[in-house]
Design a binder for this molecule. Structure first.
Ligand code: GLU
Length: 373
């Protein structure tokens, strides 16, 4: 079953959690060596591999005399600054005996939310792959503040899957997969081997705390799986501490939890609008407009907009809400908030008369609009 699902896979994003490659003393070099040997095997089998690796904070905090989790953001950032080069050094050393070279790619959410920078990052990654280099992505922890953070590397790995157009995301964690109840509390907990659709019930199973080292618990992993599968990539969550589990997965062993790709995946651009672009405001639509957009696949025209919230520019993302404030879609607006306050509720034929110009009839074109799933 698994081998059939993997049959169309060419490019893989592998997310490596902090707990997989560190121990109490810092980086676990043996684990990194094992992983790099698996990466080489995968490449020999013809797969292209992109790594998203955590571990910078865990590798650097010892130099600051910190044993638990760094308590402040500056401390975390300082630890990452120390640990990131150490992390890359460890990967370089572990890849070298296999004739492989590594490249460091540090990203913030802001980089990917800006379409030009997104395409730039994509070109860089594609070029690295073309030249046979192993890109190793991490969040650019030293410069991020809350507004531009991915938040956790699970999320970053889902964004990277879209960015490099991979067909598979493998999340290596210190747990075996998703269980039907918390295995730390219930002996009878059973692993869920396959998830066809991420329902609210599945999301509820994933609720709970993460580890001390990384940011993510199971909830962020399932959320990453949701984003990756909606883009059309299957997602496997497996235990990365078990040596060579990665290869076992590709050998067709039924391990971990596998989330099937969506049957009707979103195009890369729509996925980017839905998950990467940060919304700057809200448009509240009357019921007719809501139905036209949500049920008939129409573009949004000014007549159905009752009110707006926020200050945004042309090209920004906005949330589309019903009159109760329920968000049902997200899209890119063709008009600024200042322009919209003047033309909302009016007919398209009136736009030019009111503003003195017009960019088009649509406030949000259907091609730039994604319904909430
Ligand atoms: N970027 C962080 C690091 O390298 C980890 C964030 C996470 O694990 O989610 O240490």
């Amino acid at each position: 079953m698994r081998t059939i699902l993997l049959a169309h896979v060419k490019r893989i994003v592998i997310k490596i959690g902090s707990t997989v490659i560190t121990n109490g003393a810092g980086l676990d070099l043996k684990q990194i060596e094992n992983l790099c040997s698996d990466v080489q095997q995968l490449r020999q089998r013809g797969y292209e591999v992109v790594l998203v690796s955590s571990g910078a904070v865990a590798a650097g905090k010892g130099d600051l005399g910190i044993s638990g989790r760094p308590q402040t953001i500056p401390l975390k950032q300082a630890a990452a600054a120390i640990g990131q080069s150490r992390l890359m050094g460890a990967y370089k050393d572990a890849l070298r005996p296999h004739g492989l070279k590594a490249a460091q790619v540090l990203l913030t959410r802001d980089d990917l939310a800006n379409r030009r920078r997104y395409l730039n990052a994509r070109n860089t990654l594609m070029t690295l792959l073309e030249y046979g280099i192993v890109p190793i992505i991490n969040e650019n922890d030293t410069v991020v503040v809350d507004e531009i953070r991915f938040g956790d590397n699970d999320n970053l790995s889902a964004m990277a899957t879209n960015l490099v157009e991979a067909q598979l995301l493998v999340v290596l964690s210190d747990v075996d997969g998703l269980y039907d109840c918390d295995p730390r509390l219930h002996q009878e907990a059973r692993m869920i081997s396959e998830v066809a659709r991420i329902t609210p019930e599945i999301e509820a199973l994933a609720g709970g705390e993460g580890s001390d080292l990384g940011t993510g618990g199971m909830a962020t992993k399932v959320n990453a799986a949701r984003r990756a599968t909606l883009y059309g990539a299957g997602t496997a969550i497996i235990n990365g501490r078990t040596p060579h589990n990665l290869l076992h997965l590709f050998d067709g062993h039924e391990l971990g939890t596998y989330f099937l790709p969506a049957i009707d995946p979103m195009a890369a651009r729509k996925h980017w609008i839905a998950f990467t672009k940060k919304p700057r405001g809200k448009l509240f639509l009357d019921d007719g407009a809501r139905r036209a957009v949500a049920e008939s696949g129409k573009s949004l025209l000014p007549s159905g907009i009752r009110s707006i919230d926020g200050s945004f520019d042309r090209g920004d993302a906005v949330r589309l809400c019903d009159l109760d404030g329920q968000e049902f879609a997200k899209g890119v607006t063709n008009y600024t908030s200042a322009e919209l306050t003047r033309i909302l509720g009016r007919k398209t034929s009136e736009i030019e008369g009111i503003l003195g110009y017009k960019y088009g009839d649509e406030i949000v074109h259907r091609d730039n609009l994604v319904l909430r799933t």
